[in-house]
Write a protein that binds this ligand. Structure first.
Ligand code: GLC
Ligand code: CA
Length: 598
């Protein structure tokens, strides 16, 4: 076993700013409201730049702020070159860029070009008539008819945000269906048309020339569809429509078009690019995109960790048990893949499409929340790749409480899911309870509640007299930024979640040779509660030991790894000194430890 720093070291030798950068994702509607309309805005982001800089953030990625009817919270764009008035103006964004630059920080925009809003001028033209100049900018197909003569969509693909519905929307005016993979308000662009691709290239240039430093590319691997649009295999029994990802994820021309974006635009700038890529597991496919020589994207968001609790052969909103062994398999595979095949990882376990990580992967009860949040911070800050922190994660914000009624859930995906269960199982209280449980544990709303800045009314997100667009989680009097900053050591030897993150990010930078670029080895794959790994460079080596369970564990999986001393942990750190460094490790519930190796 490779156990000392002198052993064979692979690591990464090409250093880049976007590999070391700490990226902070802002979901702008819920970040900070400065004009009292209950909706976060661009000036709110600018106001918090010192806070972010102090935390250790280098790059701010802002979820869509473009003009949008907000059918899917801005992921339905009506104008790529203007800002929605609810967020502010282009001048506000210019100012944000100036203020970021002053602090040596950068802006990454969200590029949503698999689809537009149905209110985009391109789609208005496209749907106006079959002979419109932009008819072919979207994907139109005639109806099919079943044996009884009923009109049917062109195939059986399900809508991604409304599983009970078809991915095709019928257009009365021109008597054809258009493809709308997410919701009817989000028609898919036809990338086969070179004019569409050229228009997308212009959007990138527009923002790069304005001073933005890169893009998070929304579902970018869905842009190329198998052109025969075949029916998908039936795998979800209860549902009329089926997951069609086999035919639209990483489709036949994806790599050609990513290379084209790179050649036409990205190669002329110095950018950070991260492609959101659901449904993709193939290592070859991943390396084709993120391999050092690929000339496609810097990195992608792989879904393995956030799909860990999805039931097999079901949609995202389903439940599945998992344990530390699953986590180890996933982490090790991606860490080793990038080292062995010269690619690059992104690290994230939370974003605006996922529940809160402290609730999902640990225990968010009052007793354990802080331990869990710090355990996850320790894990993420010590893995290789570009690290993404989602707003509120740095203070351990948790899911909405189970007591909240259905009406508090604002996301179209949650609303459609409740409707589906009511339609499928109208008189089945067990199924209705299950629907509630799934939503409480996995709804995207969980990550979309307003950021808890302070113990003031509405958690300081908006002025006391206004109404936040989404209800504030009522734990804000105890879980908020102010409390954790003003009291970074809530008990002797113990850091607040915020202080722990802040230190973790600073250590990650100090030891970038190991944590960002270094080698990786998972330890003890078989243990069902402990995740432990070794990181090393040519100069130094660390071991990370994480108890992913609420029980004490006597763990002896260090193998040949020799610990010199324990240097950080999520319990009282004054006790680290006295802890044994050889033989087994006695771990308490949700305990995480960082050790320096010999
Ligand atoms: C991505 C976004 C998500 C959105 C979807 C459609 O997955 O992150 O919020 O609903 O794409 O744009
Ligand atoms: Ca506002």
């Amino acid at each position: 076993m490779a156990t000392t720093k002198k052993d064979l070291y692979v690591g990464v030798d090409k250093h880049r700013w976007w590999k070391e950068a700490i990226v902070y994702q802002i979901y702008p509607a819920s970040f900070l409201d400065t004009n009292g309309d209950g909706w976060g805005d661009v000036p709110g982001i600018t106001q918090k730049l010192d806070y972010l800089k102090d935390l250790g953030v280098d790059v701010v990625w802002v979820s869509p702020i473009y003009k949008s009817p907000q059918a899917d919270m801005g992921y339905d764009i009506a104008d790529y070159e203007d800002i929605d008035p609810s967020y502010g103006t282009l001048a506000d964004v210019d100012n944000l860029i100036v203020e970021l630059k002053k602090r040596d920080m950068k802006l990454v925009m969200d590029l949503v070009v698999n689809h537009t809003s149905e209110e985009h001028a391109w789609f208005l033209d496209s749907r106006a008539s079959k002979t419109s100049s932009k008819r072919d900018w979207y994907i139109w197909k005639p109806a099919k008819y079943d044996s009884a003569g009923n009109r049917q969509p062109p195939n059986n693909w399900a809508q991604i945000l409304g599983e009970a519905n078809s991915a095709w929307t019928w257009d009365e005016t021109t008597q054809e269906y258009y493809l709308s993979l997410f919701t009817p308000e989000q028609p898919d662009l036809n990338w086969e048309n070179p004019a569409v691709r050229a228009a997308v290239h212009d959007v990138l240039r527009f923002w790069l020339d304005r001073g933005c430093s890169g893009f998070r590319m929304d579902v970018i691997n869905l842009i190329s569809k198998v052109q025969s649009f075949p029916d998908a295999e039936v795998i979800v029994k209860d549902n009329t429509y089926q997951p069609g990802d086999k035919y639209y994820a990483n489709g036949p021309r994806l790599h050609e078009w990513l290379k084209e974006i790179n050649h036409e635009v990205l190669s002329k700038y110095d950018t950070l690019t991260v492609g959101e890529m659901p449904f993709v597991r193939s290592e070859d496919e991943i390396i084709r995109v993120v391999g050092a020589e690929s000339k496609e994207l810097n990195m992608i968001f792989s879904f393995d960790i956030v799909d860990i609790d999805n039931a097999p052969n079901d949609f995202r909103l389903s439940l599945q048990d998992w344990d530390a062994r699953d986590l180890k398999r996933i982490i090790s595979r991606l860490q080793r893949l990038m080292l062995e095949r010269d690619g690059w990882n992104s690290l994230f376990i939370e974003n605006h499409d996922q529940p809160r990580s402290v609730s999902r992967y640990t225990d968010d009860s009052d007793e354990w929340r802080e331990y869990g949040a710090k355990l996850l911070a320790l894990m993420q800050s010590t893995l290789a790749g570009t690290l993404y922190v989602y707003q509120g994660e740095e203070i351990g914000m948790r899911n909405v409480p189970a007591s909240w009624g259905e009406e508090e859930y604002k996301d179209i995906e949650s609303i459609n899911f409740f409707a589906k269960y009511r339609k499928l199982y109208p008189h089945n209280p067990e199924k209705q309870a299950l629907a509630r449980e799934i939503i409480q544990r996995k709804a995207r709303d969980n990550a979309r509640t307003p950021v808890q800045w302070s113990a003031s009314p509405h958690a300081g997100f908006t002025s006391p007299s206004s109404t936040p667009w989404m209800r504030v989680n009522e734990d804000y009097p105890t879980t908020n930024v102010d409390a954790q900053i003003s009291n970074p050591t809530p008990s002797p030897g113990t850091l607040s979640v915020h202080a722990f993150w802040r230190r973790a990010l600073s250590n990650r930078k100090k030891h970038a040779g190991v944590f960002v670029y270094g080698d990786f080895q998972m330890l003890d794959f078989e243990h069902d509660k402990v995740v432990a790994y070794k990181r090393w460079s040519a100069d130094e080596a660390f071991v990370v030991v994480l108890n992913f369970s609420g029980e004490g564990v006597s763990w002896d999986g260090l193998g040949g790894v020799k610990v010199k001393k324990w240097v950080a942990g999520n319990y009282d750190e004054r006790e680290l000194e006295g802890r044994s460094v050889d033989g087994g490790v006695e771990l308490r519930a949700w305990e995480g430890l960082l050790g320096v190796c010999e």
